[in-house]
Design a protein around this ligand. Sequence first.
Ligand code: DX5
Ligand code: ZN
Length: 219
Amino acid sequence: MTNSVKIAPSILSADFADLGAEIRRVDEAGADYIHVDVMDGHFVPNITIGPGVVKAIRPHTEKPLDVHLMIAPCDPFLEDFAKAGSDIITVHAEAGPHLHRSLQTIRALGKKAGVSLNPGTPDDVLDHVMDLVDLVLVMTVNPGFGGQGYIPLEGKISSIREKIKQTGRDIDLEVDGGINPDTAKKVIAAGANVLVAGTATFTGGPDKYAENIRAIRGQ
Ligand code: DX5
Ligand code: ZN
């Protein structure tokens, strides 16, 4: 299992004044996906970036751009994020009443569709959309900020891994929030195969990125 784990550095912890170079650095340091946190100051209590920044970073890597939309409503912006060069677009189940429609829209735009669940959201919201899902993102912090402590939700991760097995499809199970080499072991054991890491990737500066990513991967 360990060798198939993918690491998705969250650029929320990167130097925003030097974003292109930061993305090239984490790409070269072994990132599998580039995780882009989009916040609107409404669904979550923080504001980050929009589709213009996704478009600006696109030429700096060929790795998949894993775009995590913490915005409500999300539907009016899906096309902009798709055109900007996102590969995976993840929406929150809590962001509105039309999760099924949002996922259909993302698929119709030719992108992989993800669903994210806040820590307090039960995993049964996935039951009637699994055929539209390419990735499930389990939040292990309340979304809005990097650098928060991991909330232990291994039972929920295992339960979602079981649902994924039942589909027989290759759906990513991603965990986001408070991931470091210690918590990584727990979520991998519970069935996660994609780990978002902001603080744990970028801590110590560029010379440490490769070592940090290897440590999260458990190598
Ligand atoms: C939180 C974001 C995360 C965050 C992770 O709302 O979705 O992607 O950047 O940061 P760390 O890894 O520092 O917990
Ligand atoms: Zn995220």
